[in-house]
Design a protein. Structure first.
Length: 345
């Protein structure tokens, strides 16, 4: 009995010494860690969606908004820490099966991918606020569906001319529609970049427009003297004098929305069988211009033209192939056949 007591005392003393060296108070071992005890309970999905919508950019909130509504309808009133990875996967599959069938639909894959991305966004901010631990984040354990290769490609010159003729010769405001399409052809901008343009974003002297696109990126993009004149005239004729207001407007002065693009390219597809078969949209104009630039001026200038110059592989981000705005202006000058103030003679 005495030997056992002596051994236990020696073990306890050794344990105390070890804890002391580690800086651990033995009393702490009997209590729940303070960070868990102080952590706020996870909010319900109904409470959390408005919070995240206020944290992200307006464009991100708009992109994810419809998917957040689907998540809220599926898990109404549920606390975020009670939703499982299996439930997120199941709901993504439901979104895929019920996705609206469009002319360019791809089996609902994009809808499922966007749903998972929208849910991941909710949980990312939950982890950032330490409302849940990253190890308990169910969204990161759900794999996004693999993307199919894009069917978009650059349009041949004769087909681009056909498309332009339809845009400029039909519809209830061909002047506006032709201006929109020329803007996309010259700048290879996205719809968001065109819709975000303001009168103050036009630099008449240098023939530049400031594009603000996804990821809150900004870049000055060269445009032809002809296009800058038409954009300035459009702002003068249809604007309300607010240099911070939206540039592209209807004849009554109301700003256009993405619905104008649907109207334009539904018309194009109704008039041109090949456009209907391929599901041509405004994004095809971006592909057309960037393909043309890449074939004639190389990948470095094409990436700069697209606003991708600072991303991608090591090859395209090295200083040896980065293109500057003068090289982009030269490519534009070749595309439009007009001299540009920033293009070397």
């Amino acid at each position: 009995m005495t030997e056992t007591t002596t051994t236990n005392s020696a073990d306890l003393e050794a344990a105390r010494l070890l804890l002391s060296r580690l800086g651990v108070n033995p009393a702490d071992l009997l209590n729940e860690p303070a960070e868990n005890g102080d952590r706020k309970p996870a909010p319900t999905i109904n409470e959390w969606i408005p919070v995240v919508a206020g944290l992200v950019s307006p464009s991100t909130a708009a992109s994810y908004g419809s998917y957040w509504k689907k998540a809220e309808a599926a898990w109404n009133g549920r606390r975020m820490d009670t939703i499982t990875a299996s439930e997120i996967k199941t709901q993504a599959e439901i979104v895929r099966r019920t996705a609206r069938v469009r002319r360019n639909s791809r089996g609902g894959r994009n809808a499922a991918e966007n749903f998972i991305a929208a849910v991941r966004c909710l949980y990312k901010h939950l982890v950032n606020d330490q409302r849940i631990d990253d190890r308990n984040n169910p969204a990161i354990r759900v794999t996004k569906p693999r993307r199919n290769p894009s069917t978009r490609r650059g349009l041949a010159n004769d087909r681009l001319i056909e498309l332009s003729d339809v845009v400029a010769g039909t519809g209830n405001d061909p002047e506006l529609d032709a201006l929109i399409c020329r803007l996309h052809v010259e700048t290879a901008c996205r719809r968001g970049g065109a819709l975000a343009l303001r009168p103050r974003d036009l630099d008449e002297k240098q023939c530049l427009v400031l594009l603000r696109e996804k990821g809150e990126t900004e870049r000055w993009q060269p445009v032809s003297p002809t296009l800058i004149r038409h954009l300035l005239a459009h702002a003068e004729e249809r604007g309300d004098g607010d240099r911070d207001g939206q540039l592209l407007r209807y004849a009554d002065g109301k700003p256009i929305t993405e619905r104008r693009y649907d109207y334009i390219f539904n018309r194009v597809q109704d008039e041109l069988d090949w456009a209907k078969a391929m599901g041509v949209t405004a994004h095809w104009l971006r592909h057309t211009t960037l393909t043309w630039v890449e074939r004639r001026f190389g990948i470095g200038i094409a990436r700069a033209y697209a606003g991708h110059a600072d991303s991608g592989s090591d090859l395209t981000t090295t200083t040896y192939v980065k293109a500057d705005i003068t090289e982009v202006a030269s490519a534009l000058s070749a595309l439009t056949g007009e001299p540009h103030p920033l293009a070397p003679a």
